[in-house]
Design a protein. Sequence first.
Length: 157
Amino acid sequence: MKRREFLLNSGGFAACVPAVGWADTSPVPKLEAFQSKMKHGAFRIRDLYNRDQSFSDLALACEGQRVTFRGYMAPPIKEELAFFVLTNIPMAVCPFCEPDLDWPNDILPIYTNRIVWPLPFNVRITATGVFETGAFTDEETGFYSLARLVDATYREG
């Protein structure tokens, strides 16, 4: 049995959910939604936000947890960075470098501990890391984000 399976089956993820405010009207993260997503593997970027662009209960429950997302590596902003942008759809051209292109609305910055070697834009990847929220501006690129994966790894598939 893997550690993740043990924690899910034993209720070990309860520690990431506040123990107060379980009334139906409270916006407290829902443990069941988090556990369900963990059992089915990777999260989708769109699962992080509500329709009003606020963080979803699932995103709040993921804060500080090691989680997995699937998507596509956007073409790099510049070479030799320990950072890339995960998108929901393949992007042949860097959407942040071309002024005429619309930015995708479902992106997630991924910060690794080593230089990222770009993969072809149409290869689906899986990225796993610690999910963080809060305003952050990357010093090297100026890229601003409210959510990101840190200490991440990635692979094809």
